[in-house]
Design a protein around this ligand. Structure first.
Ligand SMILES: Cc1ncc(COP(=O)(O)O)c(C=O)c1O
Length: 389
């Protein structure tokens, strides 16, 4: 056992377990997909319904400001300023809104990303080819990651934007985004970072990174509900753009119901479009508050240790490791593969070890701050048993 994987006997994060009902029913290792639900979601949704039931249309006086307030809670987690994060329904929509800002008929119309991006994001940018975009997808040689230099080498004066994945969903490879962002800016290109698999488990400071746009959602490491994605852009960056995908809440004064030319709202607000998904804001808040209180630095430290132990155990069993062994190069998950992995995954789930399986990758296992070291040993032991049976 290496020092990275030495168990911490007095883990203060274990105190949080009782906040998550699912943890008493199973060994929950699927936070890369859907984080455990905080018990406070019950009362959050109750307040949503109570407000609607008692206030009727006046509830909007609370609900509309919640779009910004929820973004502000997240801002504290990723180092953004108040008012720089807009809540949207999903990452696909956020990327489409960003893509709609560009005129691809100009010579600078190249879009660059890697073959390990989440497919939804790939589809959004592939669709821009119909609008004139030239899209270059850099292949991964090992299916795990793409060295930053390969991406940097592809950036030229005709590169418009790089919709990059921060942590690859199949392998948990943590991209060196800083050097890519710097290189992109040197050539006059923009970067939109999909940090869905990073926020809540990898510390991020958007100002320090200097990223132009950052998008993600709530249901994974942030332990929030579905329908609460987010888009970060500083006021300076946001106000350079006028999205074609739009709606009345993108207008500077939506309640003027003005039928003249669009006058975009200031800052990131101009990307809002139509009516927000209000219940999801309540469910997102519950998770954000907990993650902020626990602290992403502490989550990261524990995650490195537990994912390190999982990789070590998998290596002892001779499994293929589909995740970087360098802790600084991986996010919160571990993916392991072997010929009978899909069937073993089915059986693990039947036995109460909640993991998932992805083709071309293997079994994804994700401890989070609420995972005990005993659970890590138990899932390793179960895989060992299932493989020998
Ligand atoms: C990295 C990443 N991006 C995007 C998505 C999906 O985004 P959405 O469904 O919000 O469009 C996922 C979902 O698993 C993901 O892992």
């Amino acid at each position: 056992m290496t020092s990275e994987s030495k168990p911490d006997r007095a883990d203060p994060l274990m105190e949080w377990r009782e906040e998550f009902p699912v943890l008493s029913r199973c060994t929950y290792l699927a936070s890369h997909s859907l984080g455990a639900m905080p018990a406070s979601v019950y009362s959050q949704l109750r307040s949503y319904a109570d407000l609607w039931a008692t206030e009727g249309v006046a509830a909007w006086e609370t609900w509309l400001p919640m779009v910004n307030r929820t973004g502000d809670l997240l801002a504290k987690i990723i180092g953004a300023q108040s008012g720089e994060i807009l809540m949207l329904q999903n990452v696909s929509l956020a990327q489409s809104i960003i893509a709609s800002c560009f005129d691809f008929s100009a010579p600078r119309n190249k879009v660059i990303y890697t073959s390990l991006n989440f497919p939804s994001v790939h589809y959004v940018w592939q669709a821009q080819k119909r609008r004139g975009a030239r899209v270059e997808v850099i292949p991964s040689e090992d299916g795990i990651g793409v060295p930053a230099e390969r991406i940097i080498d592809a950036i030229d004066e005709e590169t418009l934007i790089l919709p990059l994945s921060h942590v690859y969903f199949r392998s948990a490879y943590l991209q060196d985004t800083r050097s890519i962002i710097e290189a992109a800016h040197r050539k006059g290109a923009l970067v939109v970072l999909d940090s869905y698999q990073a926020v809540g488990t990898v510390p991020i400071d958007v100002k320090d990174l200097g990223v132009d746009f950052l998008v993600g959602g709530s249901v994974k490491w942030l332990c929030g509900g579905a329908g609460a994605a987010y888009l970060y852009a500083s006021k300076e960056v946001a106000e350079r753009f006028q999205p074609v995908v739009t709606g009345w809440f993108s207008h500077a004064r939506p309640f003027d119901f003005d039928m003249d030319e669009m006058e975009y709202a200031p800052g990131v607000q101009r990307f809002m479009g139509g009516t927000p998904s209000v219940p999801s804001l309540y469910t997102a808040r519950a998770g954000y508050e907990i993650i902020r209180e626990v602290g992403v630095d502490r989550i990261r430290e524990k995650s490195k240790r537990q994912t390190g132990r999982l990789l070590e155990g998998a290596k002892e069993m001779g499994l293929d490791l589909h995740t970087p062994t360098d802790a600084d190069r991986r996010g919160g998950s571990v993916t392991v593969n072997f010929p009978e992995a899909e069937g073993v995954h089915d059986e693990l789930n039947r036995r109460g070890f909640i993991v998932d399986y992805r083709p071309e990758a293997g079994i994804r296992i994700s401890p989070h701050f609420y995972t005990s070291d005993e659970e890590i040993e138990a899932v390793l032991e179960e895989i060992r048993r299932l493989r020998t049976n």
